[in-house]
Design a binder for this molecule. Structure first.
Ligand code: NAD
Length: 253
């Protein structure tokens, strides 16, 4: 059902081949947006493109490592050249990173997480701002933070630092680019059942994490995508510079 009214808008979603990004692609497409999904390999993108064909809007994909600023700039230009403009960008690509305490975190592990989860959001947001300013149409940028953009989590210092950075980046950029008609917000999912979690945690750890949410379960990707779609839409016209948890009550204790 098209409840967000995104017809005529073009949406870029990074990390669009899996988990929350894939769910965002579906929800935004169902709401009428043309979609560009970016990810690391074409095979994974092709599977999601096939699913999206049902919606009958224009589709585009790009193989992009969001930690490479030149690749991000070139992909954004390709979206503009192919689909005409960019109205919505969901800077979602991210990794969990190594699990180790701060005293033992290696330089390489630190830089990898910061490079994708913070630098990558900055590069994507910057490219989106430039494209939106150039079109003169304004737009909405949604940066994927986490509940760990608000509180800490043992053994995930780089991830927690990156997600706090995403929230700060969002707040500063919202003030800078309101004048351009660009709204910029951050979303803070609780623990969501995606390949990212499955890769890093066993079933016992997932069951424990479920108990840390008031709703006593993990979230589903489509539940995050609903918030992203609202923020992307004109219904959220007074929303900017804000961190929106979507967390089953994780932060409420
Ligand atoms: N799953 C959760 O519990 C949870 C909670 C809070 C926030 N998040 C955030 O949501 C976002 C999506 O996570 P997910 O759970 O859907 O994970 P996921 O692993 O299912 O999907 C992430 C996608 O990003 C892609 N990606 C990774 N590195 C990339 C890079 N350098 N360039 C381009 N694409 C890259 C991956 O290939 C993958 O397709 C991440 O930013 C994550 O930190 C997830």
């Amino acid at each position: 059902m098209n409840i967000y009214g995104l017809g005529g808008k073009v949406a870029v979603i990074t990390g669009g081949a899996s988990g929350i990004g894939r769910a965002c692609a579906h929800t935004l497409a169902r709401s009428g947006a043309d979609i560009s999904i970016w990810d690391l390999d074409q095979g994974a993108l092709d599977l999601v493109l096939k699913e999206l064909e049902d919606y009958d809007y224009r589709l585009h994909s790009a193989v992009v490592d969001v930690s490479d600023s030149a690749a991000v700039d070139s992909a954004m230009q390709d979206v503009v050249d192919t689909l005409g403009h960019v109205d919505i960008t969901v800077a979602n690509a991210g990794i969990g990173g190594a699990a180790a305490s701060s005293g033992d975190y290696s330089d390489d592990d630190w830089h990898r997480v910061i490079g994708i989860n913070l630098d990558g959001v900055f590069y994507t947001q910057r490219a989106a701002i430039r494209a939106m300013r150039q079109s003169g149409r304004g737009g909405s940028i949604v940066n994927m933070a986490s509940v760990l953009g608000d509180v800490g989590f043992a053994s995930a210092s780089a991830y927690t630092a990156a997600k706090h950075g995403v929230v700060g980046l969002t707040q500063a950029a919202a003030w800078e680019h309101a004048v351009d008609g660009i709204r910029i917000n951050a979303v803070g999912p609780g623990f969501i059942r995606t390949p990212l979690l499955a890769k890093n945690l066993d079933e016992a750890a997932l069951a424990f994490l479920a108990t840390q949410h008031a709703l006593q379960r993990l979230g589903e990707p489509h539940e995050v995508a609903e918030l992203v779609a609202w923020l992307a839409s004109d219904a959220a016209s007074f929303a900017t510079g804000t961190f929106y948890p979507i967390d089953g009550g994780y932060l409420a204790r």
